[in-house]
Design a protein around this ligand. Structure first.
Ligand code: HEM
Length: 418
């Protein structure tokens, strides 16, 4: 392992990423324009790499020469990554996201054994009910000007309720859990807030585990607890809590952004909206895929660490460096998606996108996210056919994050005459 920091190579372009995500797609376009391999500067002056070409990133995320284990990051080994670094919550975690090889398969299988395709499909009536209830309640959330924040009152609670029910999170823990899960993806918290939030996340999830251990139910936490009890070697207590953390955070923030981004895209593309409103389930599936490609909910994902020096597009990325996956930048890569990659077009011939990643770490929740969005989106437009934006879409504040790509609010009017 290299024991000295690798200085920025003068020939590789360097871009400082905005931790507040102020203009995510402009930044993504700059990344693509700078070339297939770019150095990026993160908060705290930490340097990483970003591979901005779809085909190269596709290969990289499935390449076993890249580890996901943060112990392989030279900067961590050198003690340069403090425990209160603003992005630490996405990096120094113990779960399948940061595991490799056999360890990764072991941790992932514990979840895939319980979250089966059949179990996901069985959630359909429950999701439909949650969607219906939330749509019914929307008018009651209208502010003095008649507008409703669709992100807060619909896009957020749909995946939150689904994932909390799926994992048997007690009702009284849910409001605080929601705030803590939101924090995971933010990159604007102070060091003190990051530390406090991490401690509290683990405490809260350990309580959920203790509750389900005492009162098991037909939920995935109980299933994981049972798996651990029948074979204590299957997973440590820390890994159990870590698994809950990744499932509950990944299970809501991302799907919430997908629903928000899709509604916003349709409201700002009236011709596309008409096609969707007149279409069947397969057209709504295209809305979901096109939104994932064009406005990827996970804009950037940390990190992979080369276990040896790796050359990509003629650039040598030294062993132990951190490499970021810029999923929203590659979603608009013209090499993969054609010259009109920048347009939102639900009728395009869909080519494979990477919004759920690729390879052994491919998103484990993709079927659930697709199902939730496929049920939520047509329901909103059918229930409120006069739905319009209540704010200038170009002036909506983004989620303050390097990773999440969405707007922090989505003010709408439920009927055109509101
Ligand atoms: C639109 C919604 C979603 C998007 C865009 C999304 C995106 C992603 C991406 C890009 C990755 C791979 C990251 C990488 O290795 O580079 C990933 C992994 C993962 N996602 Fe999702 N996700 C979504 C929904 C969900 C849901 C609903 C769940 C849980 C129920 C979930 C759980 C996970 C887990 C556990 C992993 C790690 C898998 C592994 O490392 O083996 N995701 N997701």
């Amino acid at each position: 392992m290299t024991s000295h920091p690798v200085p920025p190579s003068p020939e590789v372009p360097l871009l400082t990423l905005d931790p507040y995500g102020a203009d995510h797609h402009a930044e993504a376009a700059t990344l693509r324009a700078l070339g297939p391999v770019v150095r990026v500067r993160l908060p705290g002056d930490i340097l990483a790499w970003s591979v901005t070409d779809h085909a190269l990133l596709n290969d990289l995320v499935a390449d076993p020469r890249f580890s996901k284990d943060w112990h392989n990051w030279s900067a961590v080994r050198r003690g340069e990554i403090a425990d209160d670094w603003p992005l630490i919550g996405m990096v120094k975690v113990t779960n399948m996201v940061t595991a490799d090889g056999q360890e990764h398969r072991r941790l992932r299988r514990l979840v895939t054994d319980t979250l089966t395709p059949r179990r996901v499909q069985a959630l359909r009536p429950r999701i439909e009910r949650i969607v219906r209830d939330l749509l019914d309640a929307l008018p009651s959330h209208a502010g003095p000007d008649g507008s409703v924040d669709l992100r807060l009152h619909f896009a957020h609670p749909v995946p939150m309720r689904v994932i909390c029910e799926l994992f048997g999170v007690p009702e009284d823990e849910r409001p605080r859990l929601r705030e803590l899960m939101d924090n995971v993806f933010r990159s604007d918290l102070s060091p003190e807030e990051v530390g406090a939030s991490q401690t509290e996340q683990y405490q809260l999830l350990a309580r959920v585990v203790a509750t389900r251990r005492q009162h098991p139910g037909d939920d995935l936490t109980s299933a994981l607890v049972a798996a651990r009890e029948s074979d204590p070697g299957a997973m440590s207590e820390d890994e159990l809590v870590g698994t809950l953390l990744v499932m509950l955070s990944a299970g809501q923030e991302t799907t919430l952004s997908l629903i928000t981004n899709a509604v916003r895209a349709l409201l700002t593309h009236p011709a596309q909206r008409t096609i969707a409103e007149n279409g069947d389930a397969s057209v709504w599936a295209d809305v979901v895929e096109e939104t994932l490609r064009w406005d990827a909910p996970i804009g950037n994902f940390p990190f992979r660490y080369p276990l040896e020096d790796v050359e990509i597009a003629g650039v040598r990325i030294p062993r132990g460096e951190a490499v970021m996956a810029p999923y929203s930048a590659v979603g608009r890569d013209e090499g993969q998606h054609g010259a009109d990659a920048g347009s939102f077009d639900i009728t395009r011939e869909q080519r494979r996108h990477l919004a759920f990643g690729h390879g052994p770490h491919f998103c484990l929740g993709a079927p659930l996210a697709r199902l939730e969005a496929a049920l939520a989106l047509p329901a909103v437009f059918a229930r409120y056919p006069g739905l319009t934006l209540a704010a200038d879409p170009d002036r909506l504040a983004p989620v303050p994050s390097l990773f999440s790509n969405s707007t922090a609010t989505l003010p709408v009017r439920l009927t055109a005459r509101d």
